[in-house]
Design a protein around this ligand. Structure first.
Ligand code: SAM
Ligand code: SF4
Length: 466
């Protein structure tokens, strides 16, 4: 997964196309400690007492699960800087001792998780995300590969592996490790090829470093390249946006992700929310058309893939149903009924204390799921719809019927009627496939939240109110 973005809570216009980036359902802000209902405040308004460590054992959660094609996500919560727009779970420039303590804890966790998975667990794909995994030195990256392969018995060179990197950290030595270990996709955040725009978004970036990093990726690896760009930055316009898109395309990236900016630029505070929405929507349409005219296929609102790029080779994996094993204190894990993680925060102080807590744990202290969300049948249906409908290929009604013995439109009549009413829905092949129209895809971040359950909406609102 390239990005784990949490839009900072800010008032959003009810008809804004930019309500919430739904990359996973439910969002982590709907997770709660498992065995303790957690009020955000006590009756007298005092903060609640700390919740004692408890929760189901991982071995109990994974018992009986289909583990033949798992996905592995390893989270490295460190960066060389803290970008003003970014709300990911990460801390900048940690002390070197904390990085090695983190890798020690990762190793204890990997052993504990491996012992908790049923016989026959196999991984079909893996990702190293962050933060910035290449904040780690070449030796530390080698250690992450070694510990994961040893503990989980996975050959990472034999499956598709995606790694996130940044301009300052994509150095030849680190890239050499990733190339040697067979990374198949490298994703780099560029945001803008104009330093002034990157700075305006809150990222102190130098263009020379971006160029050096892209050249190094192409020279030292054969991995597919993904470039992240952001639109909606203050003073970004059609001309500067086209410049960033064209400059990215000079590197012939296999993928390009176009992210609408989700944290209001400071200098743009005086602008009306509607103007900013219109700014983003205009740049979105321009970016989409620009890439399509140059041989890229749109996969979702954010993702574009070069039409002639080779498909990732690896065992079959179906993100709708297959499980995910997360390692690291910011990673999520999914069984068929339970989503869980270590703990969750965005604020600097909380992120630091969660990392400190993680590195202090022994293996037994990492053997339980502490924070998470249990998905009942209704929530699983919502998740399935979200994961299909927000992609251009849409929702396969037969696959849905096979899984849930129902038609999606019977399960969600109001939502589908509302989409059809806006002209955002197409039914193909006698309703065998339901797809969003081009305008529907443009409004993905407004459509996603329509499918959130009332429980999830309440939990997320309660989290944001804290
Ligand atoms: C893990 S980072 C990419 C790797 C690396 N850390 C870097 O920044 O170069 C994930 C991506 O999410 C996007 N992103 C993060 N926060 C965002 C926000 N508030 N609005 C729009 N895009 C955002 C950025 O494009 C960023 O490159
Ligand atoms: S380097 Fe990447 S992950 Fe780190 S703060 Fe910046 S955008 Fe976020």
């Amino acid at each position: 997964m390239t990005a784990v973005i949490t839009p900072r809570p800010e008032p959003v216009r009810p008809d804004s196309p930019y309500r919430s980036y739904v990359y996973a359902y439910p969002h982590k802000s709907a997770y709660r400690p498992f065995s303790h209902p957690s009020p955000s405040t006590t009756r007298d308004g005092e903060p609640p007492a700390p919740v004692p460590r408890s929760g189901p054992l991982l071995s109990d959660l994974w018992r009986g699960e289909d583990v033949g094609a798992l996905s592995l996500y390893t989270h490295i919560p460190f960066c060389e800087m803290r970008c003003g727009f970014c709300n990911l779970f990460t801390r900048s420039t940690p002390p070197a001792e904390q990085v090695s303590a983190y890798l020690d804890a990762l190793e204890r966790q990997a052993d504990t998780v491996a012992a908790s998975l049923p016989e026959g667990a196999a991984f079909a794909r893996a990702a190293l995300g962050g933060g910035t995994p290449t904040y780690l030195t070449a030796d530390e990256l080698t250690r992450v590969y070694d510990l994961t392969e040893r503990a989980l018995g996975v050959d990472l060179a034999a499956i598709p592996v995606s790694v996130e990197t940044s301009p300052a950290t994509a150095t030849p030595e680190r890239l050499a490790v990733l190339a040697e270990r067979g990374a198949t996709r490298l994703s780099i955040g560029v945001q803008s090829f104009l330093d002034s725009e990157a700075h305006a978004a809150g990222r102190p970036q130098k263009r020379a470093e971006v160029d050096r990093a892209l050249a190094a990726i192409r020279e030292h690896t054969r991995a597919g390249l993904n470039v992240d760009l952001i639109y909606g930055i203050d003073r970004q316009d059609a001309r500067t946006w086209a410049y960033s898109l064209d400059t990215a395309l000079e590197w012939e990236p296999e993928e390009v992700y176009l992210y609408p900016l989700y944290v209001r630029p400071l200098t743009g505070l005086g602008r009306r929310a509607r103007d900013w929405d219109d700014h983003r929507l205009g740049l979105y349409r321009q970016g989409r058309d620009h890439l399509r005219e140059r041989g890229y296929e749109q996969v979702s609102m954010r993702m574009f893939r070069r039409a002639d790029a080779p498909e990732a080779v690896g065992p079959d994996y179906c993100c709708q149903t297959d499980g995910m094993v997360g390692l690291g204190c910011g990673a999520r894990s999914y069984t068929s009924t339970t989503h869980y993680s270590f703990d969750y925060a965005v604020g600097v102080g909380q992120v630091r204390s969660i990392i400190a807590d993680f590195v202090s744990r022994d293996g037994a202290g990492l053997s339980r799921a502490e924070v998470g969300f249990r998905l009942d049948g209704g929530e699983r249906r919502r998740r399935h719809v979200l994961q299909s409908l927000l992609r251009t290929e849409g929702l396969d009604a037969a696959a849905y019927a096979e899984r849930f013995a129902a038609r999606p439109e019977s399960d969600f009549p109001d939502e589908f009627a509302a989409l059809a009413g806006r002209g955002w829905l197409v039914r193909e092949e006698g309703a065998a496939r339901v797809r969003l129209t081009e305008e529907g895809i443009a409004h993905s971040d407004a459509i996603g939240p329509m499918f959130f359950s009332p429980d999830v909406v309440a939990l997320m609102a309660d989290y944001e109110a804290r």
